[in-house]
Design a protein around this ligand. Sequence first.
Ligand code: DI6
Ligand code: FE
Length: 408
Amino acid sequence: MGGANGKSGLRLWRNARLATMAEGAGLGIVEKGAVAVRDGLIVYAGAEADIPASFGQGIETVDCAGRWITPGLIDCHTHLVYAGNRANEFEMRLAGATYEEVARAGGGIVSSVKSLRAASEDELVSQALPRLDALMAEGVTTVEVKSGYGLDLDNEKKSLRAARRLAGERPVTIRATCLAAHALPPEAKGDKDAFIDLVAGTILPEVAAEKLADAVDGFCEGIAFSPEQIARVFDKAKALGLPVKLHADQLSNLHGAALAARYGALSADHLEYTDEEGAAAMAKAGAVATILPGAYYFIRETKKPPVDLFRRHGVKMAVATDSNPGTSPLTSLLLTMNMAATLFGLTVEECLAGVTREAARAVGLLDRTGTLEAGKSADLAVWDIERPAELVYRMGFNPLHARIWRGQ
Ligand code: DI6
Ligand code: FE
């Protein structure tokens, strides 16, 4: 599907079936549809019969032969930049240890911190690229990437620079998130408050000054940071003009969802232990609930996120891989949708919205991507499928025909 644009600068994908995912219309299905693109932006998405007559001359046309077009997929929660892997801990857990036991025994996040600190920025980029390629091979056009394995100023900056560099290496939109408040590094010697001082007093201001992050995240959990400590991180993020997100209520209910809502978070993520108060607060604040079935599956969690509460309160749900070496070594957003449906009962529509429109909302880019609508970036995925449910139904099969990022 290469080639130069037509004389008019317009390119048209026609003879397609569209799932526009535009708000309020289910999947937004258009049976005989077309998408017109100019200068990397969608200028028309709708019925082929209604294409404006002014498009007629010199337009380059791609015949999609009845294939489906969806918005390019968005993975709105990943820890893609890390070094090495933790297959050894996987083996420990297979022998009976829990994730929390592994973490308390000096494994877990802290072992990835050691590996990341020993790796150069170039190495981090080259180790992340195969994971990014795996995501992109399934039609992903936007990826959120968190730091959080550096845990000191230089290594958090190194991680975020590596994340930013991925966008120069591949045709993809990267959103970088500073997750310095992810875990306590060994040199902090157990003093969480002093480490939070470092995060809020030094790391966030420097990261903001160098524009290395688009958002700030934290891990609110017994094995990580308390709501009060996260609140200090969020106060600083707000002061620096950065939106916040939160790893909330993953292993226990510390009311992280409500905390995130209080700070107008873009999203609260995981949420297995979130209660009704948390769901109501998120609805009121417009925070997206990011569902991460890969981590639930991989650590054999048994408490499911309260999907019914989210529906009842009108909380929007995103679906993401949480791609990370410890709890979700997952680089398939298609398989993630299958897990969200099979494990948590999300509908096909919820899954597809979760990796497009709602994922865009969760990274603060809904005005630019996530649906097939005029004015948005021409981020498209063209699929060899007969019906959208196939994207959720299969496990380990990739029906992507073409991937278009900013019109290319
Ligand atoms: N929750 C998770 O599932 C990941 N981070 C977090 O806060 C785990 C990251 C890891 O184990 O390396
Ligand atoms: Fe995560």
